[in-house]
Design a protein around this ligand. Sequence first.
Ligand code: ATP
Ligand code: MG
Length: 575
Amino acid sequence: MKTSDTEAETGTNAAPESRPSNFIRDIILDDLKSNKYNGRVQTRFPPEPNGYLHIGHAKAICLDFGLADEFGGHTNLRFDDTNPEKEETEYVDSIMEDVKWLGFRWDGLFYASDYFDQLYEWALKLIRDGKAYVDDLSAEEIRKYRGTLTEPGKDSPYRNRSVEENLDLFQRMKAGEFPDGSRVLRAKIDMASPNLNMRDPVMYRILHAEHHRTGNKWCIYPMYDYAHGQSDSLEKVTHSMCTLEFEDHRPLYNWFIQQLGIFPSQQIEFDRLNLTHTLLSKRKLLQLVREGRVRGWDDPRMPTLSGIRRRGYTPEAIRNFVASIGVSKTTGSIELAMLEHFVREDLNKRALRVMAVLRPLKVVIDNYPENQTEEMDAINNPEDAAAGSRKVPFSRVLYIEHDDFREVPPPKYFRLTPGREVRLRYGYLVTCTSVVKNDKGEVVEVHCSYDPATRGGNTPDGRKVKATIHWVSAAHAVDAEVRIYENLFLKENPSDVEEGQDVLDNLNLNSLEIISDAKVEPALANATAGTRYQFERLGYFSVDPDSKPGKPVFNRTVALKDAWARVQGKKGGKN
Ligand code: ATP
Ligand code: MG
């Protein structure tokens, strides 16, 4: 790991274009008004380093950093590393990279494992106060004794051990005297509580496993519920945002803090982001990676931040998307098309336009001089005058998109067809005169004539053509690989499975199409990985790190047509 990555990061945080009000902001505003925390706002983002971050985490990150930033507060990045068996340094590194990429800088960088000594001391205190005990029941027995939502639990026969015996046993648990799973430390609360989380929850388990930071120092590890609130408290976190599934854990979060008499951090729950056609669970995403169903955590089809970054999504698009979906207390599902809409909207402003032909069809302009090349002026970005223009070579033999020619045109087809004139973007008007076919009767070459008076695409006599198509000059074009992605899941809800089936049975087996013989403008020969372009009329594409000099590889970020805008249009909204 580079040292710079382990240092606390400071700096300005990125903000979305707009910040709609929400109930969490209202809570913070009230707390500021009542001076609850002396005007302080301290948040944290607490990922468990057991996988790569996904777009759902982006929502939490934008809230944690965004709200603190808005009120001049601070945000810590804290790795919640209490599960030594599932956690790895690779994940820690990727999480830091992803948070920075999203545009955020943490104030403190912490690990729950930094607090293992303090948490242990506090556990001893709870034992001494008669608030915790060592239980010898097995995990299975503990489950049985816990009861159900309708039935109260039963006290463990070990619940009334003396303080001395509990202290002795817990210290020996720490010293490594007992095998995994043989004993646990539990909080002594109320086995009849209507809230199952309050029925003497487990605080510590025995696990002889090496930890990515503490090595073999510990063979007992704190549970999430025992570690999280106290970590918040140690960092003097004022507003601890987490997702709704922790709502029922809040009484326990508060109980530990009250029993220990430590800084009263406040937990606030919000709705998890769910996206249609998308799985947002690190466990399931890990399965996709492990089973080789995708090329890795950063496969551009993955909803991970590293995946969508490689695909070409921008941090600005993600931040604006998160700001627009807001937060609430009920979980719903957001259309994937809405996320794509924000990606298009952002790329439309910044992506340079270029011409690329994905499925090349050869066009020969018979009356164009054999050895001539002209440099045509092409606009780089009509949305951004400062982006300027470039020269694109034009010559006698070109490639156009296969789909832009039909020998027998269907109704309302205005592109190239025998006898019809169309405009070649930034080039000339051409008319199809004849075609060449192969043995199978397929058109393999189209012959045209051009009108020299229409250079740049204008007609001196004012005649109109209905279609403008893109092209590249055959002699100058660069071969490129283009990867077209479809949703990993065709079903809106990937978890909607038949009995006995798994979500992975819903995988779209055609989610990746590789076009290996695309043709692009010569300027793209050595395009740098990560650069985003609009291929005119086709969509937004981003240069993949697999590119080699002279053989670029492009990922389709998103196609041009905006399904979300159309949906909105139908609803009468404007977009
Ligand atoms: P997963 O279920 O994907 O494994 P997790 O909740 O276990 O995610 P953590 O590393 O514990 O992942 O999450 C860190 C923070 O991100 C937590 O505060 C969690 O509530 C939040 N978070 C995780 N998933 C989402 C989501 N889909 N939408 C919003 N916030 C999320
Ligand atoms: Mg988790």
